[in-house]
Design a protein around this ligand. Sequence first.
Ligand code: MD3
Ligand code: FE
Length: 203
Amino acid sequence: WVERLSAGTVLLHGWACADDVRLVRAVDEVVALAPLRGMATPGGQAMSVITSSCGDWGWFSDRRGYRYSAVDPDSGRPWPAMPDALRELAQGAAAAAGFSGFDPDACLINCYLPGARMGLHQDKDERDFSAPIVSVSLGLPADFLLGGLRRADKTARIALRHGDVLVWGGPDRLRFHGVRPVPPGDHPLLGGRRINLTFRKAR
Ligand code: MD3
Ligand code: FE
């Protein structure tokens, strides 16, 4: 079912379940070409999430900062093309949430093993904040934290399960958000992992 969390945020419960095998296969194809890897924050802290990308632009982080690159810095090759299964899912979910015409040029793949988390942050490395962001959760469930426009704003905790798709844009595009440490578990399709796909318009 479709749940509107706030003016610019829609949670499409289980939206990706029907296509989950096709989506996981597409992710496997991408990470065979651009393997998941740990990254460091500009402050030098190791991130607990392992990451890859596909599409025209891949997001990454190192001691020099957060940025988008057209090539995988580990291989020097362009990021793998965005598989149709992923692009179609993102476009369909955005349209269902009221953002028709969304055409992502970047898909970040975040893999969480038990204990991995993501601290409170804003997504602001994109050039144009008028496009929405689409986030697809697969595998182990996680609690995500949805804050306000200031870091100190109170956060709400929202359970994200396999197949849930979150779309946010407009007034919510710059809200702080994060992910609580993922509890151990065994998912039928993904085993002891949570995969999150984040589709964005980077440029
Ligand atoms: C709704 N990744 O890579 S959670 C990121 O689960 C990132 O890996 C999260 O944040 C992850 O930058 C995405 C979904 C989410 C995130 C932020 C929101 C939903 C949101 C902000 C406002 C409303
Ligand atoms: Fe984010």
